[in-house]
Write a protein that binds this ligand. Structure first.
Ligand SMILES: NC(=O)c1ccc[n+]([C@@H]2O[C@H](COP(=O)([O-])OP(=O)(O)OC[C@H]3O[C@@H](n4cnc5c(N)ncnc54)[C@H](O)[C@@H]3O)[C@@H](O)[C@H]2O)c1
Ligand SMILES: [Zn+2]
Length: 367
């Protein structure tokens, strides 16, 4: 097996799996598949945005290499990340007589991966599945770690399971067709990984020139995505079920999720909301003496460089504060804040005085 594109091997109770990252590496997919699945029957469930060109390229490659592929294209989006879409996919699987030894391939962004992964986890009590993410956000984050699920009217990702894929295969060439705003937004999670766990990745992001979408074949960029994937992988391997360090990945997400929720997921892309959330979290970290203003500024500068927002005109501070009170990560009504204590180091704190939180929110989000 060629290991030059191997970012890491995720180690979980459900088995170990490889994360492959590169540019224009699709030719190596059949070999990777052969090493992690036993059957040749593939059910490819793809985001409609990739249809027909990328989907056909993928299925032709698989067919040429002895796999039998059936394709379902779905118009995946956040508002249909729900039980109806799951039911629709179940009907197709039933029609196709999909058996437990067959393999489901998820091809698309984070919505696709979460829904298809959830389907795979429940169809016949679980069939093997593969993640082929096509957004930067899904490569840096969603495709790794086996958190799969769907939304309910009463909340996002309320139904789901931990169900690990057999392989995560990331070909950056798919990013070429991504809308620019989605591309920019995806960097938020990469930057987050550097901030919370890897100062060297952060330095690299600081020192690299401006990254544009046309540069996705650049070795430096591929290596950064690879490192980011490795950071997520290591966290998962050490804390598969989010009982320990995995919580650190929620840096910036308390306020980020609040912003998304208040605006019904229509105004901000996830990375944009998380960017604002990381700014607020860094300011809180400074206020309680964990970091200095220079560190806050460095974080701000890097987010700006990647075209991410660092301030916001938005007159709903009260709603933001209110909604953080029912944050998923809160224990006994206290929000568990993920904060920075240095570049490359994060920690969690509860019981932060509300005045501090309010002033940091007001300092970032103004009417
Ligand atoms: N499971 C996890 O650990 C985890 C982590 C983070 C986020 N998520 C979930 O991921 C979802 C967000 O994922 P996302 O940011 O990838 O959004 P997404 O899947 O909605 O994709 C963004 C947009 O890009 C389109 N698209 C995808 N790939 C494309 C391509 N190559 N070319 C052109 N268009 C393309 C999609 O159709 C969509 O319109 C959320 O539902 C979130 O809950 C899950
Ligand atoms: Zn996120």
């Amino acid at each position: 097996m060629n290991n030059s594109h191997l970012a890491d091997i995720v180690k979980t109770s459900q088995g170990n799996y490889r994360i492959i990252v590169g540019h224009n590496i699709l030719d190596s997919l059949p070999k990777e598949l052969n090493s992690c699945i036993n059957n040749k029957k593939i059910f490819l469930i793809a985001d409609k945005a990739l249809f027909p060109k990328q989907v056909l390229e993928l299925s032709e490659l698989l067919e040429k290499n002895g796999f039998y592929t059936n394709i379902l294209s779905v118009d995946f989006n956040e508002s249909n990340k729900n039980i109806e879409t799951v039911r629709y996919i179940y009907s197709w699987l039933a029609e196709m007589l999909v058996e437990r030894k067959d393999t489901i391939v998820s091809f698309g962004g984070g919505v696709t991966g979460d829904v298809v992964g959830y389907v795979a986890s429940t169809w016949l009590r679980g069939v093997p599945y593969i993640q082929i993410p096509t957004t930067l956000a899904a490569m840096a984050d969603a495709s790794i770690g086996g958190k799969v699920g769907i939304n309910l009217d009463s909340g996002k990702n309320l139904i789901g399971s931990f169900y690990q894929p057999k392989l995560v295969f990331q070909d950056l060439k798919f990013l070429s067709t991504l809308p620019k705003r989605e591309f920019d937004s995806g960097w938020a999670e990469v930057i987050k990984h550097g901030l919370i766990l890897d100062k060297n990745l952060f330095f690299e992001l600081e020192n690299i020139g401006k990254i544009e979408q046309k540069d996705i074949s650049d070795r430096k960029i591929i290596n950064i995505v690879k490192k980011s994937a490795k950071i997520k992988s290591e966290i998962i391997s050490g804390d598969e079920f989010e009982e320990g360090n995995r919580i650190l990945l929620n840096y910036g997400h308390t306020i980020g999720h609040a912003l998304e929720k208040i605006t019904e997921y229509k105004k901000f892309l996830h990375g944009e909301a998380v960017s604002i959330g990381m700014i607020v979290a860094a300011k809180i970290s400074k206020k309680i003496g964990l970091i200095n203003s220079k560190t806050v500024k460095r974080q701000q500068d890097i987010l700006k460089k990647f075209n991410l927002p660092v301030t916001l005109n938005f007159d709903k501070t009260e709603m933001i504060i209110q909604s953080t009170r029912i944050d998923k990560k809160s224990t006994d009504g206290n929000i568990r804040w993920v904060l920075l204590n240095d570049i490359g180091h994060a920690t969690t704190k509860t019981k932060i005085h509300e005045n501090i939180i309010i002033s940091c929110i007001r300092d970032t989000i103004t009417p």
